[in-house]
Structures are given as C-alpha cells and as structure tokens.
Design a protein around this ligand. Structure first.
Ligand code: SAM
Length: 278
C-alpha cells in the first residue's frame, strides 16, 4: 500500500465482522514480523494479511515462501498482483482459515519444515485457530501472533494468577509462550476497543511436550469449567464407573479439595495420564 490516503480509506471501509483492525507503522510491523526471531529463509503462513503491511515486512525480511490466508476478496486479489506472487514467493489462499486442513495445505503449497506462523489475528477466530495449531504442533515452528491483550495474558499465565486457566495449561503442554510486546488500540486503524499483545511461542522439544493433548483438553474443560468448585466435584462429569474422583486425585498426590487454578502444568499432566489410564 503506497498511497498515503490508503490507511484512511481502509479505516472507513473496514469490515468489523472480519475483525479488521490494520497496522501501517513500518516499525511496528517489523517488530511483529521478527517477534519470534529472524525469518530469513523461512517458510511462513500468515493469516489475514489484509492490506499487506505485515506481508510486506515478512517478504522484506527474507522469507523464502509466504502463504497468506485471507477471507476478504478485496485484499486477496490485491496481493495476487504483487511481484512476489508472480515470482511464486507469495501465494494467497482465499477462504476461511478456520476451515483449513493444515497437513493438506502445507503439502499443497510445498512448505518445508519448521513453518512459522505470523499473524495479526482476527480477534473473533484467534483462539480457535491457536488451539487448532497447538493440537498439530509437530507441523509448525515458531509462532508470532497478535491477540487481544487479555487472550495473550491467558496464554502466558502461570498457576495462581487471575488469567491462569485452560488456555495456559494447553499452551505450556506443547509450546513455550512469551509475551513479546503490547500495543495500544491507537496503533490500529480503525482502533479496536481493547489493547493487543504479541505472543511469540517456540514448540517444546518432543521429549518435553505432553503427548495426550486430547485428553488434557477433556480434563481441563471439566476442571476449569466449574473453576470455583473443588476438583473432587468438578471432575465427576468425566469419571467412568469404578473409580471416584478422590481415588484418581490421590493416585497422583493431588488433594481432592484443591481447585483447578492451583494445579501446576506437571500436576495437570500427571492427572491426565492417570485419568486416561482408567
Ligand atoms: N494483517 C493485517 C494487518 O496487520 O494490518 C490485517 C489484520 S486484521 C486484524 C485481520 C485480517 O484477517 C483481516 O484482513 C480479515 O479480513 C482477515 N480474516 C478475518 N477472519 C478470517 C478468517 N476466518 N480466515 C482468514 N482471514 C480472516
């Protein structure tokens, strides 16, 4: 976007339903692009390129191949006219990122190992997309993702903090997340109602990652679904006949009167492994 009036025009025509809040400051865009480390020579997936500020920063910082997913045809078409698209360094997939089958997508676009995901995510689908990626982390490398600040805090939260919950437990099971930086609403056009933050995340090594994310999702949904209840009560809904919640919890040395937000990552792993074995 080279026309100086373009940001104002886009602000006026932004589609709220698609979570369109755009970034135009080249310094900020470079920080987002490099929040997870250098991208030189990397294969990158960007969700929601919009007018292409982050797309440009990624290409200018040496990405080998960039595949963008965009639902708004106005932006998808415009990107296809960039020189990098005819040079096949840039590909554009028109459609809904939440509907993508990632292994097939990676195959179709000829992407290699350690694929980075970099995005200023549309707020309405940011969390489901992120949880979907956590479930398939073996496909991906570093992620640098802009969320609403509150979601970023929930991803990076530690036990006992106000933001600690299911999202943090699932995240720390497979990645090492870090709050890279925050941005005020005024950094975007049009400004969103709340602050935003970039989370950068490295996948955990295979021997450090927890392999049963499906089961961890079931256990954490029950535990945090009724977070004010003691675990001996909140876990009842996922028990099979024959074992009580007290027996399950005591088998992994967790006091049944504790509440979900006090359990560490390791305790959740131990609890899930024991529950899975019932
Ligand atoms: N990357 C641009 C930037 O930083 O200025 C735009 C970010 S804007 C927050 C989110 C973008 O995601 C919009 O361009 C919007 O059209 C697109 N989008 C919204 N929902 C989407 C979905 N489900 N799949 C793919 N793109 C989507």
């Amino acid at each position: 976007m080279t026309d100086d009036k373009a940001p104002e025009l886009l602000r006026a025509t932004a589609n709220k339903k698609l979570g369109q809040h755009f970034l135009f400051d080249p310094d900020i865009l470079k920080r987002v692009a490099l929040a997870g480390g250098p991208v030189d020579g990397a294969d990158v997936i960007e969700i929601g390129p919009g007018p292409g500020g982050l797309t440009r920063a990624l290409l200018d910082n040496g990405v080998r191949k960039l595949v963008c997913v965009e639902m708004d045809d106005r932006f998808a078409e415009a990107l296809l006219s960039w020189p990098e698209a005819s040079q096949r360094r840039l590909a554009v997939h028109k459609g809904d990122a939440t509907a993508i089958d990632w292994p097939a997508f990676i195959d179709e676009h000829g992407l290699g190992q350690n694929i980075k995901i970099v995005a200023n995510l549309p707020y309405n689908v940011g969390t489901p997309l992120f949880v979907g990626w956590l479930n398939q982390m073996s496909l991906f490398g570093t992620m640098s993702l802009m969320f609403q600040k509150e979601v970023a805090q929930r991803i990076c939260a530690k036990p006992g903090s106000n933001h600690y919950g299911r999202l943090a437990v699932l995240s720390y099971a497979v990645i090492e997340p870090r709050m890279a930086f925050t941005l005020p609403p005024g950094a975007f056009k049009p400004p969103p109602k709340v602050a935003s933050a970039v989370v950068s995340a490295k996948p955990l090594a295979e021997d450090k990652a927890y392999p049963h994310l499906d089961a961890l999702q079931t256990v954490t949904a029950a535990a945090f679904g009724q977070r004010r209840k003691m675990l001996r009560a909140s876990l009842k809904q996922i028990m099979t006949q024959g074992t009580t919640t007290e027996q399950l919890l005591e088998s992994v040395s967790i006091d049944p009167t504790r509440r979900a937000e006090t359990l560490s990552q390791q305790e959740f792993r131990d609890l899930t492994t024991a529950w899975k074995a019932l």
